[in-house]
Design a protein around this ligand. Sequence first.
Ligand code: CAO
Length: 413
Amino acid sequence: MRKALEGVRVVDMTHVQAGPVCTQLLAWMGADVIKIERPGGGDVTRSQLRDLPDVDSLYFTMLNGNKRSLTLNMKADEGKQVFSQLLERSDIVVENFGPGVMDRMGYTWERIQEINPQIIYASLKGFGPGALESAKAYENIAQATGGAMSTTGFEDGPPVVTGAQIGDSGNAVHLFGAICAALYQRTHTGRGQRVQISMRAGILNLCRVKLRDQQRLEHGPLAEYPNEEFGDFVPRSGNASGGGQPGWAVRCKPTTEKGANAWVYVVIQPQVWEPLMHKIGRPDLIENPDYATPEARLPHLQDIFDVIEQWTLTKTKWEAFGELNAINVPCGPVLSTKDLIEDEGLRAEGVVVDVDHPERGTYSTVGCPFTLSDSPVEIKRSPLLGEHSAEILEELLDLPEGELERLTAAGAV
Ligand code: CAO
């Protein structure tokens, strides 16, 4: 076996971002992922946010690598017959349609189990049971309802969404883990099972520390937060670290005209207090009773980061990083998307990868963020719409002579 999931077949009913990122992970692990799309347009992201006319967008190509594409009209009887046969021959089916869509297609969990008791049926929705259950959801709705937005931003500003797509791509990773666990359990039980996740639950899992702080708040103000007043919920705390060690983003010397992203994030561990103060030219603060211990520093964190910033403003973010890292101060430059796409380290790591595409030429994508020593990942381009329809149907189904032509003529494929 050359890949972790070699021999596993996935019927991929996913669209937009959350589902496709999950099935792309399964494909990178070696599963045969058959992406089922509506004939004509396919996944809506193929034509959304296009940078080039009439070719699959980066939105689609960056989320659907290593898959095969089969067009199938799930509203036609012939399309459903083909789908049922695919379910019989597959290990996993994944979907992230709006609430009730799979049931309306005629594929309830009971029906899917009847067709193939060994299949793992994974679904991602916006919400679980409760007031929001019937609602559709996009990334920012999940961030709004899962605790991310209310805790992100500055105290005197509006709630803010994070750039990281924690609702979509974040939950894709949750779902990937859950599917792999179900697959492993099947090796013991021989049975498939239902795997479900709501985007809101996944966000809350990522906001776990904020619920920690909600409960700590009952016992008094959160001393490590920069906020001076507290209500009965966890406030937005700007760039405070949120962990046990104080941190903040401080400005650096700009290197471009606009000076964008000339920032470095600095964490003050107790063991680096002395060398850090020497480095920034403030040895007088080392023994000062207002600053000498972590507890004494808590009410003065903003002053301390202001002092550090006086020093970082004389350095570029990379100079500041180099000098602070050399004395073991945990820190990191704030890197822009341009910095990242040009980062040689990320390319060497296989995380930023160039792929050839027959219609759009070469594009850069984000590869697999983890490695398995026995399961190498080769990043391949996304499929064209219906590129593998004939190949998949001929390979997997016992189609009588002329059936493929009939299905195509009927608009089912
Ligand atoms: N053949 C025929 N019809 C098809 C089809 C196919 N191959 N694939 C999908 N369809 C149809 C479905 O049958 C459904 O039609 P009905 O509403 O008539 O039953 C429709 O296409 C898809 O419905 P939808 O509710 O999933 O799609 P939408 O564009 O209205 O909503 C979204 C999109 C993302 C809001 C919704 O799918 C959703 O809430 N998904 C769950 C949460 C989620 O994944 N959100 C993340 C999105 S990434 O930002």
